[in-house]
Design a protein around this ligand. Structure first.
Ligand SMILES: Nc1ncnc2c1ncn2[C@@H]1O[C@H](COP(=O)(O)OP(=O)(O)OP(=O)(O)O)[C@@H](O)[C@H]1O
Length: 363
C-alpha cells in the first residue's frame, strides 16, 4: 500500500459499469479547488460518486491525508454516510416546508463530520444568507438556493467538498451572482473542494488545480495555469486551450477598462468591479490571439505585445496550428492558420507581435 505525502487526496479507482470504465490514479492537493473537466460522459460525476463511496463496485484506494476511506486490497470501505464530505449537486434539494434557517438547522443537527467547525453565523455570512433566513425555498432564486445548499453542506463539518456542476441549472446572470461567493469559499475555507464543470471560464476563474478526463481516464492533472496552457493535449481539450494570466490592476481607465500589470507587460481588460491594486485573473483563448511581424497602427485591437515564438504544434483542425509564445515571462497561445504561419516565415525563436483581440476578466 502506498503512502501519501502531506494532506493530499489520493484517488486510485477502477470501476467497470455497463459500457463504461473509470480508471483513474490521482494525487490531488489537500487545499484549494480542483476542477474536473472533460466532455460529456467522460466520467466526472462517476469519479465524484466513487470518491464519495457511492460506487461500491469501485476497486482501489481513496485516502484524504492520513484518513483511509477505502482500500479494496484490504477489503476496507467506509460507507458514504461515514465519510466527512459535503456533496452539492446541480439543484439543491431543500425541504420546501422549512425556511432557509430551518433547512440549515436540519443540516447542522445532522453534522457528522470532524472537519473544521465553522459557526452557523460564519457560514451564513460567508454565503450572504442573512437576509434570506426566514424565506421558504420557493421564494429563492436558483442561485440563492444553491448558496443555501452549499451552506448546508458546510454545516456538516466536511473535510472535503464535492461540487457537481453547482451552476449548471442557473442562467448567466445568476451564475455571475454566485461566482463571487464560490471565490470566497475558495479563499477562506481550509478544506479542499472538487468541482465538476462544463464551463472552461468557470474552471479558469475558480480552480487552482485541473484534472482533464476523457473516456473515464485522466488525460492531464496539474496546476490550472500550466495545464490549460499545454499544447500536447488531445483535440477535445485543445479547443479549450488558452492561458490564464494573473496581474495587478494598476489603473482604471475611461470606457470601463482596466490596465493590468502582468509579467512582461500590461494588458487592457474590461472592468468587472476590481479596484486598483487588486489581483485579477483573465483568460485569453487561443482563437483570440493572432500574430503579426510588426505592431499594427490603425487597429481595433487594444493589446499588442512583443513575443518570442517558443514552439508550434498541430491544432485540432489540420488547417490550424497552435503557437506557444513568450511575452516577457507571460506564456501565450495563439491559434493561427498553417498558411499564415508559413507566410510570415515564423519559426521557434522568431520575434513577432501578439495581437490580443479579447481578454476575458475572470474576477
Ligand atoms: N450506474 C451506471 N450504470 C452504467 N453506466 C453508467 C452509470 N452511471 C453512469 N454511467 C455511464 O458512465 C459514463 C460516464 O458518466 P458520467 O455521468 O460520470 O459522465 P460526466 O463526465 O459526468 O458527464 P456529464 O458531463 O454529461 O454530466 C456515461 O457513459 C454514463 O452513461
Amino acid at each position: 500500500m502506498s503512502t501519501v505525502p502531506g494532506d493530499g487526496l489520493t484517488v486510485r479507482l477502477d470501476l467497470a459499469l455497463l459500457g463504461f470504465r473509470l480508471d483513474v490514479d490521482l494525487l490531488l492537493p489537500g487545499a484549494g479547488v480542483t476542477a474536473l473537466f472533460g466532455p460529456s460522459g467522460s466520467g466526472k460525476t462517476t469519479c465524484l460518486r466513487a470518491i464519495a463511496g457511492l460506487e461500491a463496485g469501485a476497486a482501489g484506494q481513496v485516502r484524504l491525508g492520513d484518513r483511509l476511506w477505502q482500500d479494496s486490497a484490504r477489503g476496507f470501505f467506509v460507507p458514504v454516510h461515514r465519510r466527512p464530505l459535503g456533496y452539492v449537486f446541480q439543484d439543491a434539494a431543500l425541504f420546501p416546508h422549512l425556511s432557509v434557517r430551518g433547512n440549515l438547522d436540519y443540516g447542522a443537527r445532522r453534522a457528522r463530520g470532524d472537519g473544521p467547525a465553522l459557526a452557523f453565523d460564519a457560514i451564513v455570512a460567508l454565503l450572504g444568507l442573512g437576509p434570506l433566513l426566514a424565506r421558504r425555498p420557493s421564494h429563492l432564486s436558483g442561485g440563492e438556493r444553491q448558496r443555501v445548499g452549499i451552506a448546508r453542506a458546510l454545516l456538516a463539518r466536511p473535510r472535503l467538498l464535492l461540487l457537481d456542476e453547482p451552476l449548471a441549472s442557473l442562467d448567466d446572470a445568476r451564475k455571475r451572482e454566485i461566482l463571487p461567493y464560490l471565490e470566497r469559499l475558495r479563499d477562506e475555507l481550509a478544506i479542499p473542494a472538487l468541482y465538476v464543470s462544463h464551463s472552461i471560464d468557470e474552471v479558469a476563474r475558480l480552480a487552482d488545480h485541473l484534472v482533464l478526463l476523457e473516456h473515464g481516464a485522466v488525460v492531464a492533472s496539474g496546476p490550472l495555469r500550466a495545464t490549460l496552457a499545454r499544447t500536447d493535449l488531445p483535440p477535445a481539450f485543445l479547443e479549450h486551450a488558452g492561458v490564464v494570466v494573473e496581474g495587478h490592476v494598476v489603473r482604471q481607465l475611461q470606457d470601463d477598462l482596466l490596465l493590468l500589470d502582468i509579467a512582461g507587460g500590461q494588458l487592457l481588460v474590461p472592468a468587472s468591479g476590481q479596484a486598483v491594486g487588486q489581483v485579477m485573473r483573465c483568460r485569453i483563448a487561443t482563437g483570440d490571439v493572432s500574430l503579426a511581424m510588426a505592431p499594427a497602427r490603425d487597429t481595433s485591437i487594444g493589446n499588442q505585445l512583443p513575443v518570442t515564438v517558443l514552439q508550434v504544434v498541430d491544432a485540432s483542425h489540420p488547417a490550424m496550428c497552435l503557437v506557444q509564445l513568450d511575452a516577457g515571462g507571460t506564456r501565450l497561445l495563439a491559434q493561427v492558420t498553417r498558411r499564415a504561419w508559413k507566410r510570415l516565415g515564423l519559426a521557434p525563436g522568431a520575434s513577432a507581435w501578439a495581437q490580443i483581440k479579447a481578454v476575458a476578466g475572470l474576477g
